[in-house]
Design a protein around this ligand. Structure first.
Ligand SMILES: [Zn+2]
Length: 417
């Protein structure tokens, strides 16, 4: 590995938050010493699980109520005190095996799953780690990540794509003796800062987001060199013979390039949404319904939409700026603190005097009120209207979001709030 690549990726730390729900699996690449330690974890998790199964079977036969998780946890403490082998292992791994069992029993009682049964060596090899902290997942190089596993240390995994932001993960050994790690993503919420601050966000096509505080922020786009290379590849693929190996290779190269761009944009969205959720009590966004807009442009086969091509290119840009994803992540990180404001006229209304006129929007970038002469960056003017939302009367008509004539401040990621 080149040392420069190492430094580049070193500080790109994945926090304990996520994108969407679900599980995503990666190949874990432990050293042989680490593999032995992982096997210990598996063995102890299985031992504790089977102990729980046995206890439940015993209680069932005795006709008494089954032991609760707490009772079993107490028994685990006793078992650890009595066994050097268990005591030497990770308490978290063992406790989590009990929690998983307890969850499996609840699922069974709820009628959604079968009764949990014995786990066998060689077949059910795995354990779960919870309370994954920010910084316990790292990218080491382009294709290699590392995860910190209790009592094992940093274990490398194949960075086939960006892992989701997760709170827990499960490590498993499959029957062909390959190790895997599966991150279970859970949306983590960010507590309100309780500072009374309200921010409005306008999404633009030219600029990714404009904040009512005066900040303009751009999501990373493809560099000119990348755009050139992409164009070249696209030209080459159109000349390649269908079904040929060459075509397949070019297709893969294009897919990799696009994946990298998506990766960067996602990274930017994560940082921007975290910064927003941390800095403001209320976040107001336009209710534009991106999805409906993108759907309508395509039209139907029988009746193609009007100006399909022009709209399609605009929609691509809207989607490219990732607005839908940004709002979704905001809602996950700041539930109940994101307000959707009616989008009508936000870009044509003067934030200073309230006059509405399409002519005030001089260009994509400049707003100049035809009534009072107030001049501002068009996106920031809109963001301030969004911030004002319906709460403007509650605040005595005071504009929200800072001095109105401040020069816009261009920010690169992450968003300065
Ligand atoms: Zn005005």
């Amino acid at each position: 590995m080149h040392s420069s690549a190492h430094t580049n990726y070193r500080n790109r730390i994945v926090g304990a938050v996520c994108e969407g729900h679900g599980v995503s699996r990666f190949r874990l690449m432990p050293t042989s010493t680490q593999a032995a330690a992982l096997s210990q974890h598996c063995g102890q998790a299985r031992y504790v699980w089977n102990l729980a199964v046995e206890q439940h079977n015993y209680w069932r036969r005795g006709g008494r109520s089954a032991p609760s998780y707490l009772e079993q946890a107490r028994q685990l403490t006793d078992a650890r005190a009595a066994s050097d082998w268990l005591r030497a292992g990770s308490q978290m791994v063992q406790q989590q095996a009990l929690r998983d069992f307890s969850q499996a029993m609840s699922n069974y009682f709820a009628g959604t799953h079968r009764r949990p049964s014995w786990r066998k060596a060689g077949r059910d090899e795995g354990f779960r780690i919870v309370s994954l902290r920010a910084g316990h997942v790292r990218r080491l190089s382009r294709k290699v990540g590392a995860v910190r596993i209790p009592k094992v240390g940093w274990v490398r995994f194949r960075w086939s794509r960006r892992p989701p932001y997760a709170k827990s993960y499960r490590v498993t050994l499959d029957r062909s003796k390959r190790w895997h790690i599966a991150f279970a993503s859970v949306p983590a919420t960010i507590p309100s800062p309780q500072n009374g601050r309200i921010v409005g966000i306008d999404r633009g096509v030219v600029v990714s987001i404009a904040l009512s505080t005066g900040t303009l922020s751009h999501a990373p786009a493809a560099s000119p060199a990348e755009a050139r290379r992409l164009l070249k590849l696209q030209r080459r693929i159109s000349r390649a013979k269908p079904g040929s190996k060459r075509r397949e290779r070019i297709k893969n190269a294009i897919a990799r390039m696009l994946a990298r761009q998506v990766d960067r944009r996602r990274d930017w969205i994560e940082k921007a949404t975290t910064a927003l959720a941390r800095s403001f009590d209320i976040i107001r966004v336009e209710d534009l319904r991106v999805r409906d807009m993108t759907r309508s442009a395509r039209g139907t086969k029988q009746r193609p939409g009007v100006g399909v091509r022009r709209k399609a290119s605009l929609n691509r840009r809207i989607l490219a700026s990732g607005w839908g994803q940004l709002v979704r992540r905001l809602q996950e990180k700041a539930p109940g603190r994101v307000e959707k404001v009616r989008a009508a006229y936000t870009s044509q209304t003067c934030h200073s005097c309230g006059h509405v006129a399409a002519e005030s929007r001089k260009s994509q970038a400049v707003f100049k009120c035809v009534a009072c002469g107030h001049t501002a960056n068009a996106d920031i003017n809109a963001a301030r209207n969004i911030a004002a939302g319906h709460a403007v009367t509650a605040r005595g008509g005071q504009p929200v979001g800072g001095p109105a004539n401040r020069e816009p401040h261009h920010a690169t990621s992450p968003v300065n709030c």
